[in-house]
Write a protein that binds this ligand. Structure first.
Ligand SMILES: Cc1ncc(COP(=O)(O)O)c(C=O)c1O
Length: 306
């Protein structure tokens, strides 16, 4: 079978000037990239797909949770490039809930095959024992880690910044595993500071990212997680809906909404010096809104406008 490895054909850059009275802020619309695989996911998958093809693999195995952006993005590998893709999904109970879950439903339509495992097994997913089990069941495969972060993913994320971006003083992005931030740090310019906004509770990401980069022109803000991964508050939703009505741009509640809230908050607190400008990276992830709105509705909370 012939596979196309030219993912660049989908790459298109869009900058959006977010007007505000504080610090000049531009948004790099990575969310508009790609044919189904948007944002940092396309960047992370690009060189991995190329490598899988080079090594002669015809199937890829990867991991994720029920609403994972990565699982959905990976499903497009099958749809767009014809390579078989198996998603190892956390939660055995999901086995007969695929049709109710917008992420899994679409991933299935794209041709992803699922392997549901318990939370206990999911925790040891990278162990030799479990990987051997997968090999025995599915045969040879290319392994793509959870969240898609590995060296090749970071290499892909290094391409987010281009020569035109040198004029910005600050580069901001959301952080999950730290791969996107690591790529941005690697390709950042001498006078730039790169700031990650952690979508998770805790401080451990600083250590993870430090192990991936050689520069020290960066920081991770750990105070805008809104309670932890995939947790939201009415205040965050209100901010995202205001941002949408002012700019027309939709943010996802898990990553970019939190990053943008953090940027605005830091602006108001005078964190960014006078005469500096910010480039924020919109990494996509909008597919999560549908699932999140279903949860919010059940809890009687305000919904995200998209
Ligand atoms: C939309 C979106 N933005 C940002 C991130 C964070 O990226 P990383 O895991 O590379 O830190 C993710 C997670 O994978 C994501 O799905």
């Amino acid at each position: 079978m012939e596979y196309s490895s030219d993912l660049n054909q989908f790459v298109e850059f869009k900058l959006f000037n977010v007007k505000n009275n504080l610090t000049p802020l531009f948004l790099k619309r990575e969310d508009l990239l790609g044919d189904g695989i948007s944002g940092n996911k396309l960047r992370k998958l690009k060189y991995n797909v190329v490598q899988a093809i080079k090594e002669g693999h015809t199937q890829i195995i990867t991991f994720g949770g029920a609403y994972s952006n990565h699982i959905l993005a990976a499903s497009y590998i099958k749809k767009n490039y014809g390579i078989d893709i198996i998603g190892v999904v956390r939660g055995e109970e999901l086995i007969d809930k695929v049709e109710e879950n917008p992420t899994l439903k679409l991933a299935k339509q794209n041709g992803m095959q699922f392997h549901f495992v318990s939370r206990e097994v999911y925790r040891i997913k990278m162990s030799q024992v479990f990987l051997k089990e997968l090999k025995d069941k599915f045969g040879d495969f290319y392994l793509l880690p959870e969240g898609g972060t590995n060296e090749l993913a970071i290499k892909g994320c290094e391409e987010i910044l281009t020569a035109d971006d040198e004029k910005f003083n600050f580069v901001c992005c959301a952080v999950g595993t730290g791969g996107t931030l690591a790529g941005l740090i690697n390709s950042s310019f001498v006078n730039q500071k790169v700031i990650g906004f952690s979508a998770l509770k805790g401080d451990f990401l600083k250590e993870d990212v430090a192990a991936l980069v050689a520069k020290n022109n960066w920081d991770i803000r750990t105070d805008y997680h809104f309670g932890g991964y995939a947790k939201v508050t009415s205040e965050l939703i209100h901010f995202m809906n205001e941002f949408k009505s002012e700019t027309g741009i939709v943010l996802d509640p898990i990553y970019n909404g939190k990053m943008m809230y953090g940027i605005y908050d830091l602006m108001k607190k005078g964190y960014f010096p006078k005469n500096t400008s910010i480039l924020a990276i919109h990494t996509g992830g909008l597919q999560a809104i549908d699932g999140m709105n279903r949860l919010l509705q059940k809890k009687g909370m305000p919904l995200i406008n998209d």
